[in-house]
Design a protein around this ligand. Sequence first.
Ligand code: SF4
Length: 491
Amino acid sequence: MITSKRYFQKKEYEKEPIFDRVYVVTLFTFYWKITVDTINFAKKLVKEINYRYPETNAYYGYMTRGCIRKCSFCAVPTLEPQYCEYIPLKQRIDEIKSKFGEQRNLLLLDNNVLASPRFPEIIQEIIDCGFEKGAAYTEPNQYAIALRNLQSGLNDIAYINKLFCLNVDLLSRLKGEQEQQFFNLLDENKLLNTKTVTKENLLKVAGDILPLYTKYVRKLPRQRYVDFNQGVDARLFTEENAMLLGKINIRPLRIAFDNIKDIKYYENAIRLSAKAGIKDFSNYLLYNFNDKPIDLYQRLKINIELCEELDINIYSFPMKFHPITGEDRFNRDYLGRYWNRKYIRAIQAILNAIKGKVGRGKEFFYKAFGESEEQFFKILEMPETFILYRFFFEWLGEVKNYSVSTMSWWNCWQETFSLLTEQETADLLEIIHQNKFSLQTELYVDNTKFSKLLSFYTNFRDDVVTQGTELYILKQEYDKNPTRKLRRKKR
Ligand code: SF4
């Protein structure tokens, strides 16, 4: 793309944007000012922006900063070394409300709110802001707010776009003659296309549109929620603070379970919260740190059992550890002391298949991670493609009796290891755990004891998706009548 100096000097880009998309990258919060300026400038260069951010209808804030702990895997002690036990909220909420209208949810980014000796005051302030248990939210008149902000020149690009979208929304709600008349009004004023819409024309017709919008776009009351987005510290739970949490409309309550040794604290936190009436939980589980692979299985299983016993929902999110300090800093291939590359890939393949989260329901969990610790390790050792297309490769063995299947791999595994010496067992496991199969199978092609089993690890993923291959054809057949997919259990 060739652009002249004049194009920038005369700001021609504002009249005639030429880029389809501009990427802006930023690394640190303290660059926020230049980042915002850059984004606002970049917005003038692109032809059309109509991106809807997923969580816009919320207040964002902090009521504390920093953390009283110094977990070695965490950046908070470095970024926010001083613990600040209270930051007022209400005045900020009121300011946002008067400028942008009432928002639905409250997202608090505190790192360790339970550590604050002013926690009861914090909860009371959240209640005073309208987030008590059972609180509902009715969306204010977005057209009136956007119009007011466009008139005052708060952010012309944003509010031109907002009013454009609200007009489109209104058009989709009208019927018959009214729809036609409204369409004509937008058409005559060039308001049907983001490239032709202008502030002047939007303001010109606003007086006609606002009453229509107020009449036809009615929003029903909905539940509103508080989310301590960074989680609360299980080790600081008491009956009192759990009851305080139960007084606000919290959903989900996020509690980390990073170390199996914290099981006593974790279970206590969940039980006290459930007793306080909290039903929905979210749980981050660090792995690939100082933990063993089996710890991850056990932590996930505890969550499944707690869900059943207490009739609650816990969504678990396993999070892989990457060092943020030391010589392995930012090493994406970092391996924890007890982990190997194959197991890491296997966990990622399972998580890929279940979209990164583990929900309620024993049946679902057992299928994904195994019914027992032995089965969990069997899945970790399984060829990656077999994990990704689990039902298909099981079907190949059970229904088609095909040579490549989960069943034939497992038979081969058992037979192979039964014939190996201790040293050979260690060698073969080492090869598998390195997870570099194309290279390894070439090296060991002459080792008849290893080669048959290793051949299962050659990546079949390409075959499954490459037209014309046997596996592709079988996959087509399977997809017409797939094995019943497990559904996450909902309350
Ligand atoms: S408790 Fe949480 S926020 Fe505090 S240092 Fe540990 S991981 Fe970081």
